[in-house]
Design a protein around this ligand. Structure first.
Ligand code: C2E
Ligand code: CA
Ligand code: CA
Ligand code: CA
Length: 279
């Protein structure tokens, strides 16, 4: 920026300083939020439309800020990633989600799994697998009730390491899903070596599924790919009956989206389950 000289130089440094200031502010706010327990988990049902039953839920973090109100993860996860705070945050999410599922199980709600998002940093941690095992043991949860959602970019950071960790996680007995499938960079050659159970179709492809032939082609191809590789497939971002019908016709029976329910706090999720069971 220096060679731009004059006002430009001032402009850029000012903008950069401001940005840096925001970062630092956000970082200390996040640190405080962890101490003050300002984070909460929301849960969004995953539905098997063959049976009509809720088979699981995805845990999604929210920040209940005393002044800013509810902050969406899109605004703070990137900062948490950059600063490394995602490690503490991710550990909290994993523990809370497992304990919550165990609580629901103790209340007699059976056959549910919980899906938890995992960041690249967590995956790269020295003993990530050990910490997952600890959390499961402490919560008294069966490993196959836990599904970890990994993104392709996460996996591509260091393919060999990721594959090794995936193998260990499989050995532990947890389920693995590739989140936002089709939006990342993983090649089919890699997919063959990933010990995943589930492909999760990104909502970007689902949104215009019924009007955009390209999106329709991509979605049907992912469904076929999953079937041929003997993997389960789930769609996220299902908002309409038309989308649901298309997906069902093409062989995708697991879905998540506003059509069924928005993500809701744990207390409200109980009611969502009751309603589903009453059907
Ligand atoms: P994601 O994992 O792809 O999660 C799905 C996002 O789509 C969620 O946004 C969810 O609320 C939203 N969604 C669900 N159904 C619909 C629908 O029918 N239509 C539309 N338009 N959107 C729908 P959310 O909760 O804001 O989370 C955004 C992203 O933040 C997540 O994307 C995930 O990448 C990240 N995230 C959330 N919680 C965690 C966490 O605990 N750890 C990590 N590492 N990342 C998280
Ligand atoms: Ca996810
Ligand atoms: Ca997703
Ligand atoms: Ca997504």
């Amino acid at each position: 920026a220096k060679e731009l000289g004059g006002d430009n130089y001032k402009f850029y440094t000012h903008a950069m300083r401001e940005q840096l200031g925001e970062r630092v502010q956000m970082e200390s706010a996040l640190r405080q939020a962890l101490e003050r327990r300002e984070f909460v988990l929301y849960y969004q049902p995953q539905v098997d439309i063959g049976s009509g039953r809720i088979v699981g839920m995805e845990a999604l973090i929210r920040w209940q800020h005393p002044e800013m109100g509810m902050v969406a993860p899109g605004r703070f996860i990137p900062v948490a990633e950059e600063t490394g705070m995602i490690l503490q945050m991710g550990a909290w999410v994993l523990r809370s989600a497992c304990q919550q599922l165990r609580t629901w199980q103790c209340e007699g709600r059976r056959n549910l799994r919980v899906a938890v998002n995992v960041s690249a940093r967590q995956m790269a941690e020295r003993d990530f697998v050990g910490s997952v095992a600890d959390v499961l043991r402490e919560a008294g949860l069966d490993p196959d009730c836990l599904e970890l959602e990994l993104t392709e970019s996460l996996v591509m950071n260091d393919v060999e390491h990721a594959i090794a960790v995936m193998h260990q996680l499989k050995k532990l007995g947890v389920k693995l899903a590739i989140d936002d499938f089709g939006t990342g960079y993983s090649s089919l050659a890699h997919l063959k070596r990933f010990t995943v159970d589930v492909l999760k179709i990104d909502q970007a492809f689902v949104r215009d599924l019924t009007v955009d032939p390209d999106d329709a082609a991509i979605v049907t191809t992912i469904i076929a790919l999953a079937a041929n590789l003997n993997l389960q497939v789930i769609s996220e971002g299902v908002e309409t009956l038309d989308q649901l019908s298309f997906l069902r016709e093409h062989g995708c029976y697991q879905m998540q989206g506003y059509y069924f329910s928005r993500p809701v706090p744990a207390t409200a999720f109980g009611a969502v389950l009751d309603e589903n069971e009453a059907r």
